[in-house]
Design a binder for this molecule. Structure first.
Ligand code: AMP
Length: 183
């Protein structure tokens, strides 16, 4: 059996799908079951960091909240620092803020102004990319502070929602482990 099939099987089995959450018509891809499965969690993190083994990555930037869990593990494995990108009002020091689009309306996210030194190589991570609005906001924040974004990584891609294409149009390399059709 090819290694890629094994990865797909591992992820398919470990990710739980909850219909009609948080509202009717949405298929929520729940990674808490993946995080709770030691083998699947390790495998997912190993695959996320694999392309960057041996590269000098200064920081991993994780998007609140599931991006913190994956990003912390990736940072440890790559010997990188970690940057939390949070919903507005949560960070205690001087911040930079960006508005980003949600399905209905907009929200704002922040990072500490001193979290990145210009020229640092940063990998962005979240559990899932759908429309790409959240990740695009994070890319803008990081670039505003002078980060060089090496890639954006996600366990799950929902390609029908166009997020990957949206990030690629910004010149960001996108790395995902599994795709689900539909939204
Ligand atoms: P987007 O900005 O549309 O790319 O949405 C990405 C963010 O929303 C990520 O932080 C995801 O955790 C969350 N998200 C969007 N759609 C789903 C879904 N179907 N299942 C689980 N999380 C989702």
């Amino acid at each position: 059996m090819a290694a890629s099939q094994t990865l797909q099987d591992t992820l398919l089995t470990a990710i739980r799908t909850i219909p009609d959450y948080p509202k009717p018509g949405i298929l929520f891809r729940d990674i808490t079951t993946l995080l709770g499965n030691a083998r699947a969690f390790r495998r997912a993190v190993d695959e996320l960091v694999h392309p960057y083994a041996g590269a000098k990555i200064d920081k991993i930037a994780g998007i609140e909240a599931r991006g913190f869990i994956l990003g912390g593990a990736m940072a440890h494995q790559l010997s990188s620092g970690f940057i939390p990108i949070r919903k507005k009002g949560k960070l205690p020091h001087d911040t930079v803020r960006v508005a980003y689009s949600l399905e209905y309306g907009i929200d704002e996210m922040e990072m500490h102004r001193d979290a990145v030194t210009p020229g640092e190589k940063v990998i962005l991570v979240d559990d899932l990319i759908a429309t790409g609005g959240t990740a695009e906001g994070a890319v803008k924040l990081l670039r505003q502070m002078g980060a060089e974004i090496v890639a954006a990584c996600f366990v799950i891609d929902l390609p029908d929602l166009g997020g990957r294409a949206r990030l690629e149009a910004l010149g960001v390399d996108v790395n995902t482990l599994i795709a689900f059709e539909g939204d």
